[in-house]
Design a protein around this ligand. Structure first.
Ligand code: FAD
Length: 421
């Protein structure tokens, strides 16, 4: 009976796959798809030149599809164009490379997506109080790129969609192994090193926090794989030209139980898990996110953005989000909480070692999104007592939109090839 009740339930959560498919594919994904095209969410600050701290960076990006596409200066929102070096920087970038892109900037709004000027005095005072209490650097689960650095650029995410790039081999193996090895929690007594060939046995041994950590990374890994499978490059042959499209064979290779020693379906379940965690974080942050001005200088676009968020996305999220109780985690164990954060920060640093710029953009963005979600969930202060940087808000919405796309794709494109219950 218990087994029957649990069928279709997502482990460590309180809801069913079908419910998520339903709300995501019908309600949330259609909203997110429009939202990420808005000016506020479209441009993401990133430092692609940060040194890899873990090994000698021998994996320079040479693949055509790893190149980052250039974005014209006049397409940047007013608020992101103010940097005096901006034009020279972009010019320099465009002269020095044809494949890489974007614009350098010191984002004056970076400290908090500028707050709404029309707020009541009472609201303003509350927000000022949150800012005074801010010790967000300590709360951060990620190393955030310093937006005042001369190497930070704004990337137009719409011009650089996450898709197949061909990045693979020793470089990706080293990165994924390093990421999963961060799963080792000393204080939990389970000093388990992840071994790509002995996963299952190790995961059973993990404490709750270790398991959650593993499931989050694995869920993100699944999402990246789904993106590359649904936007795959097919070189032309026999008179057919090159084209992009879904590759169901590649999907089966990565997720079919027979081809993955029964692990594939578990990896897909982890996608639903990370989705729920980010959904829960968004729900918790709504009172805060409602106060952000989402100001880019384009009145119509900014109004649309606020409308989509406040009148649509947040309403849908409120109806559904209460499915994970983060208070079970780190109970009475400050050391474990600290470790979780440190391990996660290391993963954000490992992202600087990714050898394909396009992959690095989305890797960094999605790790920042997850880090922001964890910061929101595991912060013991009131939601009003901390602040988010603009890039954290941008990454959280875009990262969640990527997961949302992946879940939508499972139903629309890969349904005949999956078997999760
Ligand atoms: P990989 O995906 O590299 O996986 C390595 C091993 O991990 C597998 O053999 C399996 O044992 C295990 N594994 C696989 N999936 C999971 C899972 N979900 N959970 C747990 N274990 C798992 N490539 C692109 O084409 N486009 C991109 O945008 C892109 N972004 C990337 C971003 C990052 C941060 C990284 C590290 C890589 C990215 N890649 C991207 C490369 C891509 O993820 C694969 O590494 C590459 O396609 C090679 O795949 P593979 O078959 O060797 O298996």
């Amino acid at each position: 009976q218990e087994n029957k009740n649990r069928s279709g339930l997502i482990d460590d959560c309180n809801c069913r796959f079908d419910d998520i498919n339903d709300i995501n594919n019908k309600k949330l994904y259609p909203i997110l798809k429009i939202l990420v095209k808005k000016n506020y969410f479209r441009f993401y600050p990133i430092n692609l030149k940060k040194q890899c701290q873990f090994w000698i960076d021998d994996s320079k990006c040479v693949l055509k599809d790893c190149a980052v596409k250039s974005c014209p200066v006049d397409q940047l929102p007013e608020t992101l164009r103010h940097n005096k070096n901006h034009h020279e920087y972009v010019k320099h970038r465009q002269e020095s490379t044809t494949s890489e892109c974007s614009s350098n900037n010191n984002d004056k709004n970076s400290s908090l997506g500028e707050l709404n000027k029309n707020l009541s005095d009472e609201h303003k005072q509350t927000i000022e109080k949150w800012i005074q209490f801010d010790d967000s650097l300590l709360d951060n689960f990620c190393d955030i790129d310093d937006e005042t650095s001369a190497d930070v650029e704004y990337i137009d995410l719409l011009l650089n969609k996450e898709r197949y790039t061909g990045y693979s081999g020793q470089s990706t193996k080293r990165i994924w192994t390093a990421i999963y090895n961060e799963n080792c929690f000393f204080m939990s007594g389970s000093k388990v090193y992840y071994n790509l060939r002995q996963k299952r046995q190790n995961i059973k041994d993990l404490c709750l926090e270790g398991r959650i950590f593993y499931r989050l990374i694995s869920g993100l890994h699944s999402s990246i794989s789904i993106h590359l499978c649904s936007n795959y490059f097919f070189p032309g042959y026999l008179g057919l030209s090159d084209h992009w499209g879904p590759n169901t064979q590649e999907f089966s290779r990565r997720f079919d139980p027979k081809q993955t020693e029964d692990e594939g379906p578990l990896w897909l379940k982890n996608l639903y898990f990370i989705y729920l965690i980010e959904l829960r974080a968004l729900d918790k942050a709504i009172p805060y996110l409602e106060q952000v001005a989402y100001f880019t200088g384009n009145e119509t676009d900014d109004e649309d953005t606020k409308n989509l968020l406040k009148n649509q996305l947040f309403n849908e999220i409120r109806k559904f989000a209460n499915h994970f109780n983060e208070t079970h985690l780190f109970k009475d164990n400050e050391q474990l909480r600290y470790e979780f954060k440190e391990h996660f920060r290391n993963i954000s640093r490992i992202m600087d070692c990714v050898g394909c710029d396009k992959c690095k953009i989305w890797g960094k963005l999605q790790i920042q999104a997850l880090g922001t979600a964890l910061k929101i969930l595991f912060n013991r202060k009131e939601i009003h007592a901390f602040q988010l940087q603009r890039s954290e808000i941008v990454s959280l919405i875009n990262g969640f939109a990527q997961l949302s796309y992946s879940i939508d794709q499972l139903e629309k494109t890969f349904k005949p090839f999956i078997n999760i219950s």
